[in-house]
Design a protein around this ligand. Structure first.
Ligand code: ADP
Ligand code: GLC
Length: 482
């Protein structure tokens, strides 16, 4: 099958979160399964310098965007065993310091930037000699693609391929003032409550457009697929999602074990595996050294890596740590995002010197070292569509402590669910107390080496490889083709 993927982030070219990991890995998994996959993504600043093999594809875009026309060039990269990558070069839009924002402020022209991107995707789907049989778009940034394709069909595109929309996070919908609708150049009938307009008019909602017009919708875990049809987690789109429930499925993300492993990983201080765990101690020691915590093998080390956003449960995490740091534990965190949360973490570090290490900014290398060096990994998310860090933690023998929501609930097994297969700790209520109790459970497990080893072993043996995930996507694609 020929599949065209479209995403505003693709690892290793650009990344702010799990979306990039997922799309990069899906492309690779499709190729490995014997299909042809290509990924379209913007050419952001610095990509060409980091990947000098990128070549011009001799393709010029000149597309309407509202009353203007916007030009762009196409670049491409081929790598053995990987999906071909098409990059949209539009320097005014994408040659910037950030992907979506700078100095904590979203770019004012994000509607232009990503509506234009979506138009380029549609143009490639229609005119590339390599004819996609399936167009699979990700999140709001490419959410208008299905609507734009429908319009092209009305305007003479004989037989456009079916579309699939994956929702990685319903909290980000690409909602813009009504004036942005003009940028789509879609006829007015698309801008209705059952189209790309918000239910109460007044706004353009890019993700909603995808939900309404895509032939199939997936989200990144079965539980999140159920949750988003409820008022509590539907972010205002639960009604539309319920109406479209027939085409919605939840598919748990896989892990790209070629990137995220402990045996052949340039980021780690020492390799280790389920049968040879000694190396994990070295990673703990070197992590403590690197983040300037006292080097102490016996002190349980908790870690977290995340975008500092409300979604991630930062408030209850700060509260629970405040309480638990009076015991003999250490905590290391890596994150970037809200300045208020950064400040709160700095305060915490100042109050518990020698126990708390906080690092801000984006650091791929340190993220692997935290996964490998910690004993426990905290993910107390308010909601979590899938979550990848708990999956990485399992493979790295770092026991995840998670709130039972979305993909966290689908991927971690706790003692109560199945004592023999337990690989993590779950708590339910979104409260400081419930998380603190989870941390206390972790300390109890840590005190029982046999049990601790068993949790670790169960986690490291769990298989979240892409083989299974990719088949579910293929089934979804085939379903839409029928
Ligand atoms: P989300 O996509 O909601 O941020 P996920 O758990 O799916 O959550 O994926 C987050 C990804 O981003 C992981 O690969 C994680 O390691 C990475 N990540 C998040 N914050 C940072 C950071 N500050 N530095 C390096 N990697 C980070
Ligand atoms: C989103 C979600 C996260 C998910 C990731 C990849 O960023 O917040 O839970 O793992 O997408 O699908």
């Amino acid at each position: 099958m020929k599949i065209l993927l479209a995403s505003s982030e693709v690892y290793p070219f650009s990344k702010t979160g799990g979306l990039a990991d997922m799309v990069g890995a899906l492309g690779r998994a499709l190729v490995k399964a014997g299909h042809e996959a290509a990924i379209v993504t913007p050419l952001y600043r610095g990509i060409r310098e980091r990947f000098p093999a990128i070549r011009p594809a001799a393709w010029h875009f000149d597309l309407p965007l509202g009353l203007e026309r916007v030009q762009a060039e196409l670049w491409e990269l081929e790598r053995p065993g990987e999906a071909r990558i098409y990059f949209i070069e539009q320097p005014d839009y994408y040659d910037r310091a950030g992907i979506y924002l700078e100095n904590h402020l979203s770019y004012a022209d994000n509607a232009e930037r990503f509506i234009f991107f979506s138009k380029c995707v549609v143009h490639l789907a229609r005119y590339l000699p390599w004819r996609a049989e399936m167009v699979h778009v990700h999140d709001w940034q490419a959410g208008l693609v299905p609507a734009l394709m429908l319009q092209e069909k009305r305007a003479g595109w004989g037989n456009p391929p079916p579309t699939c929309l994956t929702i990685h996070n319903l909290a980000y919908q690409g909602v813009f003032p009504a004036a942005a609708f003009a940028l789509t150049n879609l006829p007015a009938d698309f801008y209705a409550p059952d189209g790309v307009g918000t239910e109460y008019f007044g706004m353009l909602n890019c993700l909603k457009g995808g939900i309404v017009f895509a032939d199939s919708i997936t989200t990144v875990s079965p539980r999140y697929a159920r949750e988003i049809t409820t008022e509590e987690l539907g972010c205002g789109l639960d009604g539309v999602l319920r109406e479209n429930a027939g085409k919605l499925t939840g598919i748990l993300n896989g892990v790209d074990y070629a990137e995220w492993n402990t045996t052949n990983n340039p980021h780690l201080f020492k390799p280790y595996s389920v049968t040879r765990m000694a190396g994990k101690k070295v990673n703990k020691r070197e992590l403590q050294r690197r983040v300037a915590l006292p080097v102490a093998e016996k002190i349980p080390l908790f870690g977290t890596i995340s975008r500092l956003a409300e979604q991630k449960g930062v408030d209850i995490q700060l509260g629970a740590l405040e309480e638990m740091l009076n015991s003999n534990i250490q905590f290391v965190q890596l994150g970037s995002g809200s300045p208020e949360y950064e400040r709160a973490y700095r305060d915490l570090a100042a109050r518990f010197p020698g126990k708390v290490a906080v690092q801000f900014g984006y650091d791929e290398n340190l993220s692997h070292q935290i996964e490998a060096g910690c004993d426990f990994f905290l993910m107390p998310s308010r909601f979590e569509p899938c979550g990848l860090n708990q999956l990485y933690s399992l493979r790295y023998g770092t026991i995840p402590i998670v709130r039972a929501t979305g993909g966290l609930d689908d991927s971690v097994t706790d003692f109560v669910q199945n004592a023999g297969a337990a690989n993590g700790i779950k708590f339910f209520e979104y409260t400081t107390r419930a998380l603190a109790k989870g941390i206390r459970k972790a300390l109890a497990i840590y005190q029982q080496p046999g049990l601790f080893r068993k949790f670790r072993r169960n986690g490291m043996k769990a298989d979240f490889s892409w083989n299974k995930t990719v088949n579910e996507y293929l089934k979804t694609y085939q379903g839409t083709l029928k």
